[in-house]
Every structure is written in C-alpha cells, then in structure tokens.
Design a protein around this ligand. Structure first.
Ligand SMILES: *Cc1c(COP(=O)(O)O)cnc(C)c1O
Length: 369
C-alpha cells in the first residue's frame, strides 16, 4: 500500500543536515545556548526576508502573539477580535494577555477573517484585531478601514504564511506588529518550538524584546513587567539553514498545489481552495471542502493517506472558550466549513505520483457519498 504522510519533514532535513550539524557543533563548543550569535543573525536575516525593520525571536508562536498584544497595550478589560476559524492559540494569546477574545466569522472563499464581520463586533472596548493568514495566504488587511480610523491596533497572526505576499508586501509586515510560529510543521519550522515578532515600529520592537526578557534591557535591570520567552541558539541555527531555502521550498509547495488544482478539477463534489486576488499563496495547507468529510477522512486514513482537519471545532465552540460565550449557529460560515474542510498531504518534496494516489482515493471516497 502507498503511504502518503500529511507532512514529511525528512525531505527538508536531508538538505540541511550537514549545515545543522556544523552549526550545532559550534554552539556546543561555545556553550552559548541562550542569546548566542546565531540568534541575532537569524533575527536580522528574517527581518530582511519579511521586509520588516525588526525581528524579535521568542520561544514559540503563542508567546509571539501574547507579546505582540501586550506590546500594543492590550490588557485587562480590553476586547480583541479573532476569527472563529483558526488554531486556538490566536484566542489563547488574547486570554493570556488578560483580555477577552471576541469572535467573528470568516469569508466563505478564503475562510479568512471577514472584514464586514469585524465591523459588526467592534465596541468602545475593542483594543486590537488579529487577522490570521490562514493556510498560507495573507488576510485582506486593507479592508479593515474603520479599525485603523478608530485607533484599534491590528496584529497579524502570520504563523502559517512565512514567505507569502499580498500586493507585493510580505507576510509579517501587515498591521502594527506581526507574530509568527516556527513550530516544526510550519513553512519555516524549527526542530522544536520557536517563534518571532516582526514590526517596523522601534517602540513596539523594544517593548517586545523587554517582554520576552524579564523586562530587562541588560542583566538584572528589570524596568518593566516581563517573562521568559527566548529563541534558543540551537533553533536559530536550524532556522538560518532553512530560511536560505524557504523561497525554493515555497515554490515547491506552489507547484504541488497547482498539481492538485489540475487533478481535482475533474473530480465532482470537491471544492478546491481559493486564492484571494492580489495574494501570493505559500500553501501551508491545501484545504479542500467535501460534503461527507468524516467518511472521506476515514477512507483516506484506512488507505494510509495522512489527511488532516484544520480545524475540526471552530474556536468559539471549544470547551476552553466557553467563558467567552460562543454559541452554535453564531458563525455559520466557520461552523459549516468545520464539517467540510480536509487538508491534503502537501510538503516540499511531495511527488506527483503521491498526489495522484491521494486524488484517486479522495475521488472514490467522495463518489461514495
Ligand atoms: C501554529 C500556530 C500558532 C501557534 O504557534 P505555536 O508555535 O505552536 O505556539 C498560532 N496561530 C496559528 C494560526 C498557528 O497555526
């Protein structure tokens, strides 16, 4: 039987193994596990890649979001608007910053935060909005016009969009400040947890750096509230090696997405993912929609095909978010999509042959209704 994993990180590792081993050996010899040379080098390289003036490395993407929110002044009593369809971390970070997540529906094509839905939930307490670049394409930030006029901060969740562009601007440069995750399976993935905050604003960059370093600009000078959220030197070594290849790997993802587009065009019952005009998509996930999702998923799994669901429960309906008052029926687009979405295997190095097998099994499963 042909096995096709959802993600295969071994393909990427094979290309950087020597470089990583050499870099690790240097760190081990120097013993500078925290704040080593590779961290500052990566921060500079990633800022350049994104097109932002500053990059602050942190411990993971959830911390990056919390730090970005705290940096723009989000705290107790504030409301922060988040999409109903996202990974739960977007909303968790709001709660951790002491604020209240307010959910809004997504648009039916891109499944991205719907700017009109955002308008409808803004209040005098709204302090920030977090559009998420879900599945690898940048959200339509320019449509959040009244948010800017009202002095509400826009924070980009770019955990799934490293290397994506919208109207020529890079993911990680939208809003006042952006957060990203280098969780291993992300387009730019570390060998453990890691994340970053990017911004053009000197003050926000400084605030972010202080927050992740115990509020301390230099050892034992605790000038403000903070905590510990640092990017490990070893992870920075991996990230530097991968960043040099990210554009090529994203190109491979785009080519694989085009193969799915071609193969699925003739398969009835499968709704293919939409790319918003103006977007250069980096296909963190290739998400189709099928009516009989659970049955299709079971068939794919039985055939050793690693399909996934991102995400099976809209965030407002998770038990964890019950204190924030989500009700079934509140966000019909996100709720309907949650029962239909299916992420197909896609990663740099996936072969056409593997994709043909995925589509063959998918077509037969969908056909069985
Ligand atoms: C992965 C992810 C995060 C959280 O990142 P971690 O590094 O796992 O903490 C946040 N938001 C989105 C949309 C993600 O996909």
């Amino acid at each position: 039987m042909t096995t096709v994993p959802l993600v295969d990180l071994a393909v990427q590792h094979a290309q950087i193994a020597d470089e990583v081993e050499e870099g690790f050996a240097e760190v081990l010899a120097a013993g500078d596990f925290i704040g080593g040379k590779a961290v500052a080098a990566f921060e500079q390289e990633y800022a350049e890649f994104v097109g932002a003036r500053h990059c602050v490395g942190v411990a993971n993407g959830t911390d990056a979001l919390e730090i970005a929110l705290r940096a723009v002044g989000v705290g107790a009593g504030d409301e922060v608007v988040v999409p109903a369809n996202t990974f739960i971390a977007t909303a968790e970070a709001v709660v951790r910053a002491g604020a209240r997540p307010v959910f809004a529906d997504v648009d039916d094509d891109g499944l991205l935060l719907d700017p009109a839905a955002v308008e409808a939930v803004l209040t005098d307490r709204t302090r920030a909005v977090i559009p998420v670049d879900l599945y690898g394409q940048v959200a339509p930030f320019e449509l959040l016009t009244s948010v800017g006029e009202r002095g509400i901060a826009v924070v980009e969740d770019g955990a799934q969009s490293q290397g994506a562009r919208r109207h020529e601007a890079g993911a990680g440069t939208f809003g006042a400040v952006a957060a990203t995750s280098f969780y291993p399976g992300k387009n730019l993935g570390a060998y453990g947890d890691a994340g970053a905050v990017t911004t053009d604003d000197d003050g926000l960059a400084e605030a972010a750096r202080l927050l992740g370093a115990h509020g301390s600009p230099a050892k034992y000078q605790h000038v403000s509230f903070g905590f510990n959220s640092r990017l490990d030197t070893l992870q920075a070594v991996v990230l530097r090696a991968k960043l040099r290849r990210l554009s090529r790997w994203n190109e491979e993802r785009r080519a694989a997405a085009a193969v799915y587009d071609e193969l699925l065009a003739s398969v009835p019952g499968v709704r293919m993912p939409a790319t918003l005009p103006g977007n250069e998509h980096v296909w963190h996930l290739y998400v189709v929609r099928v009516p009989n999702r659970e049955a299709v998923l079971r068939t794919l799994q039985a055939e050793q095909i690693g399909a996934g669901v991102h995400y099976p429960v809209p965030v407002h309906l998770t038990p964890a978010m019950a204190p924030f008052g989500g009700r079934p029926g509140q966000f019909p687009v996100a709720e309907r999509a949650a029962g239909e979405i299916l992420s197909l295997p896609l990663f740099p190095g996936v072969t056409r042959w593997q994709q043909e097998r995925v589509v063959e099994v998918l077509a037969s499963a969908v056909g069985q209704g």
